[in-house]
Structure formats: C-alpha cells, structure tokens
Ligand binder design. Structure first.
Ligand code: TA6
Length: 294
C-alpha cells in the first residue's frame, strides 16, 4: 500500500507523521531503512517496505477504511480470541481504536508503541480487565510484539493471532516450507492430518500447524526473494488462502486478490474460549512475529 501520497495531519518527528485514509488515522514511518504504516483502527500494520523491496505486506485494494470494519490485509491483531469461537470473529482488537503511546527513532529504525485497555465497549463483549501493548519495530526487519497484561482480580483465558497477509508475486509459484508436518484442517472440521514439508498451493487452504519450525520460509520466484517469518510465544502457525471461491464471497477482496497474498500467522490457537492460554492477575504474555527478506 502506497502511504507516501496520503496528506499529513500532524508531524511527530522527522520520520513519523500521522496521516489519514478515509476515516482511519495512520501512523506513517518514512525512514532510510524502511517505509511502514500502522492504522490506529485495529493497531493494524498496513505496509512494511524495507529499502529497495516491494511491500512485504499485502493490503486489499477493496479494504474498507470506515473506522468500523476490520481491515482486509495487513496484519490484523486477532485478540482476545482467534477464529469464530466467539463473536465478533477473531476478537474485538482488530476493530477497536488503539492509542499511540510512544514513538522513538534512531539510525537503525523506528519503534512505535500502541495501547488498548478495558472500556465499557470491551466489557460488553468480554467481561475482563486487561491492558494490551503493541510494539512495532520497523528496521530492515519488521518485528511486532503483542503484550497482554491481566489487570483483573481473577484469571482469564485468551487466544489470538498476528494474522499476517504476506505479499507474493504469484501464489501458484510460491513455495512455503517450515510449517511442520501435523496440522488441524479447518476445511475438514479441524481434523488432525499429516502434511508435507514443502507447500505449493493449488486451491484454498485453512490449516493450523501444531509444530511449526523456528523459521517459516516463503520462496517467491516472481518477486525474486524469500520471506522469512519467525514467531515467538505461539502454540501454532496458521496458513490461509481463500482462493478464488473464497475471494468471491468477500466484498473487501477483489476476485483475483487471492493470487498475490498468503497468510502466515503467529497463533495461539484454542478450540474454545475457556481452553485458551490462562493468564493470572498481574501476569503478562507476549506473542510476536518477525518478518524479513532473505
Ligand atoms: O486465519 C484463517 C482464518 O481464520 C480463516 O478461517 C479465514 O476465515 C480468515 O481467517 C479470515 O477471517 P476474517 O474474519 O478476517 O474474514
């Protein structure tokens, strides 16, 4: 997504400005090492372009920047749950306004910190007290860390994902390795299945890999690069592409949008809300992902 043409609302420093697209405010970073953008709506990374590279992140041309809907593409923050185990799907964090807490920069890059806390609105959906920080570190690589803190008197459980949409030249020529072998197949009632190490997609896929390698590699001969994804604090990694039949059902994705995207997600997966990761009062937990070009 080209952020450079969006008009500036406020300049926060030499590298960091607040810009606006339709009804969504965006923290825009223009640094020697990379250009990036994070929407305050959803705490959603929209773009990450290290110098000399096409965007690592895919954004839908039809994404709705109305400040209400979750944005299609980018890195949606799925929290406090992943999937459709409660409503709204993938939790409320991706469709809630976050606050800009801090920005820092040096010659290596820029660090942005966003926050989300309990409000009447969140309590109506999920009756627990929390504080969440999203640390976005924009350098030659992109690192995103979601840190959740239980500020309640009682324990609660959560699941979630950093639901990264990677930008690829042609999905049919893209080879993914490192997802591990065992997966739960969401296209077959979550059935536990044994897979292969190398994946070149020819149809829709929606899988929760339960034993991913430390590094996942996405080899893209069209853009002539290999993307490397390193996740931490996860219990699984999700691979998703809706293919043409899925894209046709989504108003915020063009029919051919699936051809240039692949979701590789850092996930804490649970089949039910109550089976999620337990967090005691005062306890913190971090889920992160790092993207780089090899
Ligand atoms: O992460 C894969 C997935 O959970 C799929 O099942 C698919 O529906 C996708 O996320 C997108 O979900 P969304 O609610 O953004 O349409």
């Amino acid at each position: 997504m080209d952020l450079t043409t969006l008009p500036t609302l406020t300049a926060l420093s030499d590298c960091v400005t607040i810009v606006e697209k339709d009804d969504v405010k965006i923290v825009r970073i223009i640094h020697d090492k990379a250009v990036a953008g994070i929407a305050l709506h959803g705490g959603h990374v929209l773009s990450f372009q290290p110098k000399g590279q096409p965007d690592l992140i895919w954004m839908s041309d039809n994404a709705l920047f109305d400040g209400k809907a979750a944005l299609r593409g980018g890195i949606p923050i799925c929290w406090p749950w992943f999937g459709r185990i409660a409503a709204p799907a993938h939790g409320f964090a991706r469709s809630t306004e976050w606050t800009l807490i801090e920005h820092r920069e040096n010659e290596q890059g820029v660090i942005i910190s966003l926050g989300l806390e309990t409000s009447e609105q969140t309590l109506a959906i999920w009756p627990h007290h929390f504080q969440v920080r999203l640390l976005v570190e924009v350098r030659e690589t992109l690192q995103i860390t979601l840190e959740v803190l239980n500020t309640d008197q009682k324990e609660w459980t959560f699941s979630g994902a950093l639901h990264t949409y990677l930008n690829v030249g042609d999905i049919r020529q893209t080879e993914t390795t490192g997802m591990g072998l065992e997966y739960l197949d969401n296209l077959n009632h979550g059935q536990k299945t044994a897979g292969t190490n190398s994946l070149v997609l020819t149809d829709t896929i929606d899988r929760v890999y339960t034993q991913p390698n430390e590094q996942i590699q996405v080899k893209d001969p069209v853009l002539n690069r290999t993307l490397v994804v390193k996740n931490h604090g996860h219990n699984s990694a999700v691979l998703w592409n809706p293919w043409s039949q899925g894209a046709q059902t989504m108003a915020d994705m063009k029919d051919d949008g699936y051809q240039t995207m692949l979701c590789v997600e850092s996930t804490w997966h649970a089949n039910r809300l109550e089976d999620g990761k337990i967090l005691q009062p005062g306890e913190r937990y971090q889920l992160s992902t790092t993207l780089s070009v090899q």
